[in-house]
Design a protein. Sequence first.
Length: 450
Amino acid sequence: MTTTNQSHSHPFGKPVNILKFGEGNRIIVDKEALEKSFLHPDVKNRKIVVFSIIGAFRRGKSFFLDYCLRFLYANYSSIESRKNDPQFNKDWIGLPEEPLKGFTWRSGTKRDTTGIIMWSDIFLHTVKTTGEKIAITIMDTQGLFDNETSPADNSRIFALGTLISSVQVLNLVGIIQEDQLQYLQFATEFAKFAAQDNQGSSGKPFQNLLFLIRDWGNPDEYEFGTEGGAQYLKEVLKIKADQKPELKSVRQFISVSFDEYSCCLMPYPGKHVARKKDYDGQWKLMDEEFKDELVVIIEKLLKPENLILKKINSKDLKGFEVKEYIQSYFTLFQSDTLPQAQSIYESTIDKQMNILISKCLESYKLNALKNQDLLEENNLHIFHEMSKSKTLIMFSEEKKMGNAEHARKYKMKLEAEMEKSYNEWKDRSLKSIQQLKEEKKKTEEAMKEK
Ligand code: GDP
Ligand code: MG
């Protein structure tokens, strides 16, 4: 049996499915809803915070977001409620018996539509020091990592969520598992590829990542909250000498891809939250320990001084720009030009690198063959070297997927290809020199005979 909370009865906002998966992998974007929110006069020209959560289904993501909504409504004005920017309100939790409203959250096992859901109401905050107003949006994801969603769709949603958010919460249960890390790497490599025109080559492509671990069962070793979380994450992400290369690569990847990453260990919320079918989200029915940590982490994420603006290439984006990016990413992920998520991320890198190598090789040939008329071997070699170094610079400056080791490996492949091409060219040239010489000799002899 499935019970649904009364999300529709929220006084100000409602969940809007801005992206969903249609038949045959088709992505359906609600353009109107995006425009309504991001082109709203209060949002359009304002800098913006995009807060998003992702992770497997039925793990308390929407439940967590609904408490975030309580914080946001109590502490900021919203485009619907239009009240003044309040002072920090530490009583944001509301009444102990109030049913929880907002993003739909359910107990049960029935699957929701796969997609990204945005809260229709956007929050505004006046920055104290500058008087500038900024906007805060909040997004949920649905249907990931269940038995019915394909790995390709999981990757697409995961990647899209990471691309469009300034803070991405990765909601996990129990522990951080190796396959989840690899999944994160794969999906964000995918996203990095999609974002390559938009990111600086030296800057990190993504902003903040929080590993939110639910039902943490080992508080004696690592205590609840973000400090215990930081120690736990440090241990999980430690690179060890005897680790397999793919495990090392995941670890290096996280540190070079995100501006900041952290971890919070959450206690078990109690039997009402975890098991009761008719539980409606009441505060008073949660375990005390859970409530304490919930307050701490929500304030840490959403208090004014901790808000993270959405940036691309170190530039803060305004509402209308975020909408443009979201739409262009959605279109990109819809088209066939982007590789389908493959089971192993290495194969994606291989494909991209080989495309790059062909492009570089073409440029090498063009540069070297320009000098076709200079046929002597010494000259050939000089032009080969010149063209080769130009091409290697081109290779190093192009945006690439993967890590330094990948770059080194494929650079060697490119060098080998250029040498091969040079040798073929040299052979051809020397042959034609020989031919020319012979023809010249023949002509001279013929002349003599005359
Ligand atoms: P979502 O699919 O990840 O969005 O999950 P929901 O927010 O819809 O919650 C699914 C179920 O998990 C509900 O019955 C919640 O009461 C319950 N739940 C919420 N938070 C937690 C938690 O921290 N631990 C456990 N064990 N259950 C939770
Ligand atoms: Mg949900």
